[in-house]
Ligand binder design. Structure first.
Ligand code: PXG
Ligand code: PLP
Length: 443
């Protein structure tokens, strides 16, 4: 046993309170990852695990890419930290210039954060402040959607729509409401790509406008493809309708692209894929290939300009983090953009998506499968829950897949697949082949 394997044997009383984990189950039966390269993780014992989840939807260029590792090493040795308030460093400006040409049309400015959760709370605060500086401070309400995931800070938890993530945290933020989710197995099960039914569900936003009066609503936030809660692909025409309703009522539309951005759908951003341009975009994860924590909020020019109207000797936006535009994160981001560009990763999924879709849907005949859905390089297989034990079948599938050499994420009884964008067709076969073997055994 090497050192790391012996660590695994002694976790039961570890002081580490693991995030979003079954701490007691894990500490009894640890699943540790010690090393990674390309498409694979390696366990402390040296087992090779195909990464079917790009880490946690973030390692889009694959693991330990030399260019990114070198950029981080050089970056940290050159400038370990620089204060971000009233001071700056060249990499922050360079990184912003590097990203700007990739942004959807009309989106021109960006604010840096350290995570998706911080990006969401930053975007919500920007939306409220934008209306306020324009004299529309009565727009105080924030609208989310059922089953939405917008991170774990207070704003994101409040606009989020996953009940289990909300219920033990009190009243959260006031003035928040939610439109209905779009998950409809009766009409859309086994849809390939965007489901045909459900565009009209966007009208639920109009209903909330009538309930609260649109003049009280600041912003609506949605994930174009909702990933965390179980992969819900927007019905055809749905996002267009949301855009129309927001336009009609002066409501800002925020796309939460923490997962959707950076090539996952075959375009740099989901906004490009769907042809719907929001007012703000939140992101994180793939912005640095997951190597160093970083997030960003992108916004239209007029949002930025609305803040640039007061006296020049005042701080335009009293918001920011100690680590906003951290120099090592910017270095990682620049290295990441190099790899994305050199390998065409922001558009590669366009060539793979059909193969991916066919491979995912080939599991339709497996036991207990009640739906398969997909878009870009994302897929989900929904299993029927065991009677009286929701989530048990899904979790067992996750454990068995790990034993059989594939890392597959599950939420409840939904298996989610989102590998690095460098995946080869043979590895797609391997991933779904393992899933097929696993599904045979989780009765
Ligand atoms: N918005 C969206 C749409 C996300 O997917 C966040 C915000 C929060 O980002 P941070 O960096 O604060 O975690 C996310 C993150 C899962 C899973 O299992 C997904 C996320 C995070 C953890 C687990 O699907 N998405
Ligand atoms: N709490 C205290 C006491 C602080 O001093 C700071 C930052 O200076 C924060 C919270 C916020 O930390 P961060 O900027 O890393 O989000």
């Amino acid at each position: 046993m090497n050192d790391r394997a012996s660590v695994a044997a002694t976790l039961e009383n570890s002081p580490f309170f693991m995030p979003f984990s079954m701490n007691r189950q894990f500490k009894k039966h640890p699943r540790l990852l010690a090393r990674a390269e390309g498409m694979y993780y390696y366990t402390p014992e040296g087992r090779k695990i195909l990464d079917g989840t790009a880490g946690l939807w973030c390692v889009n260029a694959g693991h330990c890419r030399k260019k990114i590792v070198d950029a981080v090493a050089r970056g940290v040795a050159t400038l370990d930290f620089a204060p971000p308030f009233q001071m700056g460093h060249p990499l922050a400006f360079e990184f912003a210039e590097r990203i700007a040409p990739l942004l959807p049309k009309g989106i021109t400015r960006m604010f840096f954060t350290n995570s998706g959760s911080e990006s969401v709370d930053t975007a919500l605060k920007l939306a409220l402040a934008y209306h306020r500086v324009r004299g529309e401070g009565h727009r105080m309400r924030l609208i989310g959607r059922e089953k939405g995931y917008h991170g774990v800070n207070f704003g994101g938890t409040a606009v989020g729509g996953i009940v289990g993530n909300r219920k033990i945290f009190g009243a959260l933020v006031t003035g928040v409401d939610h439109i209905r989710h779009t998950h409809d197995l009766a009409k859309n099960a086994f849809s390939r790509g965007q489901p045909k039914h459900g565009a009209e569900l966007a009208e639920d936003l109009e209903r909330l406008c009538q309930l609260h009066d649109p003049s009280t609503i600041a912003a609506m936030i949605v994930e174009p493809v909702a990933c965390s809660a179980g992969v819900f692909v927007p019905p055809l025409g749905y996002l267009q309708k949301l855009r129309e309703i927001c336009d009609r009522h002066g409501i800002l539309l925020i796309f939460d692209e923490v997962i959707n951005a950076w090539g996952r759908l075959g375009k740099p951003f989901a906004a490009d894929y769907f042809g719907v341009i929001p007012d703000l975009i939140t992101t994180a994860k793939g912005i640095t290939n997951g190597t160093v924590p970083m997030g960003a909020v992108f916004m239209k020019e007029d949002l930025y300009q609305a803040f640039m109207t007061g006296p020049e000797n005042s701080i335009e936006m009293p918001h920011g983090y100690t680590y906003s535009a951290h120099p090592v994160a910017c270095a990682a981001g620049l290295g990441t953009m190099d790899v994305y560009e050199e390998e065409g990763l922001l558009t590669r999924v366009g060539e793979l998506a059909q193969y991916w879709e066919d491979a995912a849907h080939s599991l339709r005949d497996c036991p207990n499968v009640i739906d398969i859905r997909n878009l870009g390089l994302i897929a989900a297989i929904e299993l029927a829950p065991r009677a009286g034990a929701p989530g048990a079948r899904g979790f067992e599938a996750h454990l068995k897949a790990f034993e059989q050499g594939a890392y597959i994420r599950t939420t409840g009884d939904i298996l989610a697949f989102s590998p690095p964008l460098i995946i080869q067709k043979s590895e797609i076969d391997q991933l779904f082949g393992t899933a097929r073997e696993v599904l045979k055994t989780v009765a």
